[in-house]
Ligand binder design. Structure first.
Ligand SMILES: [Zn+2]
Ligand SMILES: [Zn+2]
Length: 289
């Protein structure tokens, strides 16, 4: 393993315990137990494990059932729904999807997400939303239909809605308005600017900041963080992706949350303990655990 691929060192522990509001432990190296022990050692004592397809959502639910401090969110990712409908053999998971794809295949997969969303340790429905970066025009209709279905599932079960919004801000906000957003809605890996943060604040949407808030070119993100109401701010890794600076490009994991929390505290001009305390309360409120 070259230094470039090596896991970053353990950061100084946070004195106030926080949650990683969005992670993918199934895509990280090592066991769940190892990830949780390492995270807890630096004050990250709770994680929300997010599923992106039927199989990953089943795994998230099982993992949350087995670990007290793991909560699950279940969904078909915005890039997964079109693959199911279009019958893409390279889809992340063909499990739960009908041979040949089509709307019926998406309905089958949504039925399983609906079943999982009813489980007590599943605290969120997501990540769902719109992604115009990875999905082309041929998949947009399926993506939006899936997003609307997830909103309905979240509301019916009283679970938090976890939004994935990539280059689709206006349309995500429009669909939420049209469907009526659930009481607790979280923009995961918040990627809007300060103007959008004002809209989210007015609607009471949570904004979860990931490691990219530390990137040099991310000033609009820091401007958004600077004006977001403190009671709506969350932190996440989205690991294994989006490793915070100065470890960008190396594998991310929940134990790196303190690096991002410290960068965020600096942006807001408050102490890391004050920010961590707010984040801890906010995450528990958002996911109702
Ligand atoms: Zn995402
Ligand atoms: Zn994610």
């Amino acid at each position: 393993m070259s230094a470039k691929d090596a896991p970053p060192p353990l950061p100084e522990p946070l004195l106030v315990e926080v949650a990683d509001s969005h992670t993918h432990m199934d895509l990280q190296s090592g066991t769940v137990e190892e990830a949780l022990v390492k995270a807890a050692a630096v004050g990250v004592t709770t994680v929300v494990q997010v599923g992106c397809d039927v199989k990953g959502s089943q795994w998230a639910a099982e993992t949350a059932a087995a670990h007290e401090n793991v909560h699950a969110a279940v969904a078909l990712h915005p890039n997964e729904a079109p693959r199911i409908v279009l019958g893409d053999p390279d889809g992340w998971s063909r499990q739960g999807a009908r041979e040949g794809g089509g709307d019926a295949a998406l309905d089958d997969a949504l039925t399983e997400i609906d079943r999982l969303a009813a489980l007590p340790y599943v605290r969120g429905v997501g990540e769902t939303g719109l992604d115009f970066f990875r999905t082309g025009p041929e998949g947009i209709a399926a993506q939006e239909r899936s997003f609307r279905a997830h909103i309905e599932i979240a509301k019916r079960h009283g679970k938090a809605l976890v939004i994935h919004d990539r280059e689709a801000h206006a349309d995500v906000l429009r669909v939420l308005d049209e469907e009526g957003a659930p009481e607790r809605t979280v923009f995961h890996c918040y990627s809007g600017d300060a103007a959008m943060a004002e809209i989210c604040a007015a609607k009471g949407y949570y904004m979860s900041f990931a490691g990219n808030v530390t990137f040099k070119n991310a000033q609009p993100l820091r401007d958004a963080l600077a004006i977001a109401p403190l009671e709506l701010v969350l932190v996440e890794t989205d690991a294994p992706f989006l490793t915070p600076a100065p470890f960008r490009g190396r594998p991310n994991a929940p134990y790196l949350i303190p690096v991002t929390v410290r960068a965020m505290a600096e942006v807001r001009g408050i102490g890391e303990n004050e920010l961590a305390a707010a984040i801890a309360v906010n995450t528990a409120r958002a996911f109702d655990y």
